[in-house]
Design a protein around this ligand. Sequence first.
Ligand code: AHR
Length: 499
Amino acid sequence: MSKTTVYLHTEFSIGDVDPRIFGGFLEHMGRAVYEGVYQPDSPHADADGWRTDVLDALRGLHMSQVRYPGGNFASGYHWEDGIGPRDSRPTVRELAWQSIEPNSVGTDEFVSLANRMGWEPMLSANLGTGTPEEARNWVEYCNSPEGTLYADKRVANGNREPHDVKLWCLGNEMDGPWQLGHVPAAQYAIRAQQAGKMMKDVDPSIELILCGTSNPLLGTYLEWDREALEYLGGLADYVSLHRYVGIGEESTEDFLAIPNSIDQQIEEVDAACRFVQGKRKSKKRAWLCFDEWNVWYKTMKFGSEHMQGGGRFAPPLIEEVYDLRDALVVSGFLHSFVRHADVLKIANIAQIVNVIAPILTRDDGLLVQSIYWPFAMFAKRRKGVSLATQVRGTRYDSQRYGDTDVIDSSAILDGDTLSVFLTNRGESPARVSLDLADRKFQGGVEAECLTGPDPLAANSWENPSVIVPQGFSAIRLEEGRVEMELPPYSFVAASLALE
Ligand code: AHR
């Protein structure tokens, strides 16, 4: 059995946890929009065509904001195709995923869905095949009071009040040669500056997310970020990070050590932001927006039917099936985000339904996947201040990711409630003590544990409840410390009352 002590002090705070780090991403891709959230002919659909079973399941994720409409899709999307009466919207050939897009869902539908779900909407402008002016016009459509051309189009479409969309992405993964309209950093920076300036001229209250490097393995990693940030100057409120992780020949322990490299990616991009701030001698810095992240490898086969729609409507693309260890890696992303609450302000799990998602749908129902649970267990305890966790205990050497604590951890303090999040990356049970230096535990505990029969176990349509959290009682108060025993390959979220 491994042994670990996690040391905490309520004054050792990293920063407020921004609720926006528990966000999602809905792309016009595969069956995410159509047959995912929207399916008018489903027995589960409401009068507007939304699938109420899916919305109910999404509510359990407590998401704060959702990014839309892509992703790679955004780089070929003309937002005016998706407004106005449905029967006069064009059906278009969509190139990013080689699919057919009928535009039945567009800006007004997405914003109304977001309002209903309590999500802050986040829109990605098309800086691939679109013009800076088209992006500026979209801001006017969404945010300006009636009385001018695009705002009046919104009013004519039944929305007198502005949508008031605050978060805008200046394109998507523009550093990637796969992106429609990809250009080198210098040209992207010019496009982004032109668009961003006009967008803020229309509505100075919006916040802009500059496209950072889409994958740390790309040769332009950090150079791209630096160059674009320097050119945009004070216009960039955030820079984006993306990361999809998977496992090949490596061991499970290696896979579970990936959060080391998430920490590293966050710290490197943060360094680029600080570098540019220093160079510009500015009071303003760009914050970090991790607007696509997840586990994705089983269906990441370029050119395969998983990633090419073959000219079909709502083809089943990248419908990854997730197992227990994938869920533990998702918990690791979230530990890393909470640990970097001082610089990371926004994050979006990619995606929310069917496409690399916590929820899969069929006509007759939905399946909640393993990765749903760590997100839900964190998100419902997200309010508060991130506390530094000092971990002392058993470690292992990951071939790919270096020296690693068997126990991955993070903590959030909300008044007199301390929520502690712990992942046991080991194949044996783990004894964990919590040592809180300056406050006493009162004894009230509400805890749950996610584990399963083996690391590769997954929920399926036949057995949907293999990986679901259970109440966790192997936790007790001893001489002022909290002592617990975590099962092998498990994730525990515990909320503890303090005196
Ligand atoms: O989330 C799937 C795709 O992954 C997104 O469209 C793109 O931005 C990323 O490469």
